[in-house]
Ligand binder design. Structure first.
Ligand code: GRF
Length: 215
């Protein structure tokens, strides 16, 4: 059985989708060892508990520096010895020391077609720039914010609506479908990080192209 740890800061809808994907066998032979949240008021904590998941709160405000927080987080992760660390709406920049320690073992999902729009407010930026397409990127995490090697991208056509909340919901649908599939592929070594970038076994080479979603 493989072990994953989820790191969250907010509503945890990706966490719920990942748990469901484990339950129905989309992510195979895997258990969630713990959900760690840095934000005590996050609504995702109760959702995790309702799903029967073990939770831990590690409030970043209790630490004098980013490095000290990251060190404690790394120590906690080591206790669980996870095969993969999944950032699922984890709103913290991770230090270089941390990302180097877990190289190739941390995945993130970002709500834009990177390298477009790293950082926050991606839906608003896509709408403001009158983009025709918008989407999500799943990538390995390195020291660069939203900058690690890309694994997969899912995209939609924006259409006429200028409503960023509606767009956010459509993007979430892509996330909830694509993230579990990629987690399964990485945990079973069908996709992995190599010195020359992301490596795909034949069964996963369709992820080299962006995946279109009619959502
Ligand atoms: C998602 O849009 C994800 O791409 C970004 O943070 C958001 C988290 O949403 N990194 P949720 O907490 O999983 O609902």
């Amino acid at each position: 059985m493989k072990k994953i740890i989820l790191l969250i800061s907010g509503s945890g809808s990706n966490m719920v989708a990942i748990k469901e994907a484990i339950d129905i066998g989309i992510i195979k032979q895997t258990k969630i060892s713990c959900v760690i949240c840095n934000e005590p008021s996050a609504s995702g904590i109760k959702k995790a508990q309702d799903l029967g998941l073990r939770t831990q709160i590690l409030n970043h405000r209790d630490f004098a520096s980013r490095e000290l927080f990251d060190e404690e987080l790394a120590n906690k992760l080591d206790e669980f010895d996870p095969n993969l660390i999944i950032l699922a709406g984890f709103m913290r920049i991770l230090s270089e020391k941390f990302t180097a320690r877990f190289k190739g073992k941390i995945l993130n999902i970002h709500p834009s077609l990177l390298p477009k729009y790293p950082g926050l407010n991606t839906h608003e930026k896509a709408l403001k720039n009158k983009d025709q397409e918008h989407g999500v990127t799943i990538h390995f995490v390195n020291e660069e914010l939203d900058g690690g090697p890309v694994i997969a991208q899912g995209y939609l056509t924006i259409g006429e609506s200028k409503d960023s909340e509606a767009l956010r919901k459509r993007i979430h649908k892509i996330e909830h479908d694509l993230y579990p599939k990629i987690i399964d592929a990485v945990i079973s070594n069908e996709i992995k990080l190599t010195p020359s970038g992301t490596f795909y076994k034949a069964s996963c080479q369709h992820y080299i192209q962006r995946v279109f979603y009619a959502v």
